[in-house]
Design a protein around this ligand. Structure first.
Ligand code: AMP
Ligand code: MN
Ligand code: MN
Length: 329
């Protein structure tokens, strides 16, 4: 039985048209992975299409100056994309095609589907080829090694894409998922020409004022519960009149920085009755388990879920579970 990497290598060799997507609400890791794959696969003559359920977030738009990522904005876009007859589909940074949203029909129409991911997902993951390593700091970290293993060249652009995923998912090498291997891989990517100063500038130091205003409101609404060990805040529908969902990226990590806080959660309702919850924890506290109870998931220390209720109702449901999780750990 060939290994998953060998299966992927053979699937790529046998494919001419390849479709790639990451998850809904894309981040630096999934866009970085998709675009790195696009660079690498195009360099060996493949026809590559990258779809996204949502627009590429501003912090990583510099990775795609030509606007090659196709935003599937409507259901009819999704349907049309699903009519393409792709030889190979590659899902990155998520284990289930369903979380690719409107890119799902295109992935499902592919003759073979590969999944490259670093989430804890269990045996029911999508795809015939699965390269899934929950111990990896980022999908881009896994992918960087795959490029080497299957002999795909990493040019400067691909190196910058891959390093962006590692940088965003490790919070610039601050989060606990930062390990020796990620630092070594990052170092190798810099050797290959990845532009770390540019990544830092675009990802961390170019925040739109609309994002800072959301952060301001999030701090205003901040409450400490469970003996100051649980930090919770929320942003309501009215806070998103002049802001986008992506502007709230990073607030959970910001709240989690408070001394003594072990669990931090941000509830936000960018669209009516669709509340996205981002949770962060320290040490051995597994909040992915809590998020899974609400149909979400993620990693032990960084997870999320989406509830189809108003923001206050979502808080009423999730906060007691977070408190319980804190008490039992
Ligand atoms: P975020 O808080 O959006 O940065 O997400 C943190 C982690 O939780 C990421 O690894 C996501 O993949 C995961 N996650 C967030 N929202 C969901 C969701 N609705 N379902 C499954 N996983 C999620
Ligand atoms: Mn991601
Ligand atoms: Mn990731």
């Amino acid at each position: 039985m060939p290994s998953a990497i060998e299966q992927l290598r053979d699937a790529i060799a046998g494919a001419q048209t390849i479709v790639i997507s990451g998850h809904k609400g894309p981040d630096g890791d999934c866009i970085g992975a998709a675009l790195a794959l696009r660079h690498g696969l195009k360099s060996i003559g493949k026809e590559v299409t990258v779809f996204s359920n949502d627009e590429v977030p501003k912090i990583v738009r510099f990775l795609d100056p030509g606007g090659s990522v196709i935003h599937l904005a409507t259901e009819s876009d999704a349907e049309r994309a699903g009519q393409g007859q792709w030889d190979l589909g590659i899902l990155v940074d998520v284990g289930f095609t369903q979380r690719a949203g409107r890119a799902e029909p295109a992935l499902l129409s592919a003759e073979t589907l590969a999944v490259i991911d670093h989430h804890e997902i269990g045996p029911e993951a999508s795809g015939e080829i699965r390269i899934i390593d929950p111990s990896a700091s980022a999908t881009c970290f896994i992918l960087s090694k795959i490029f080497r293993d299957i002999g795909l060249s990493v040019d400067k652009n691909a190196a910058t894409c891959l390093l962006t995923g590692i940088v965003t998912d490790t919070g610039s090498f601050r989060f606990r998922n930062t390990d020796e291997e990620s630092l070594a891989e990052a170092s190798e990517l810099i050797r290959l020409g990845a532009d770390l100063p540019r990544i830092s500038e675009e990802v961390w130091d170019s925040r739109p004022m609309s994002a800072i205003r959301l952060l301001q409101k999030a701090f205003y609404n901040l409450k400490l519960l469970s003996g100051n060990r649980l930090a919770v805040t929320h942003l309501g529908l009215e806070d998103f009149v002049d802001a986008k969902d992506e502007d709230s990226e990073g607030i959970a990590s910001e709240i989690a920085r408070i001394e003594g806080v072990l669990v931090a959660a941000v509830f936000r309702e960018p669209h009516s009755e669709r509340v996205r919850v981002s949770v962060r924890s320290r040490g051995d506290i597994d909040i992915a388990e809590v998020c899974r109870k609400f149909g979400g998931g993620g990693h032990k220390n960084a997870a999320g879920c989406t509830l189809t209720v108003g923001v206050l109702a979502a808080m009423e449901r999730v906060i007691p579970e977070l408190e319980r999780c804190l008490e039992s750990s």
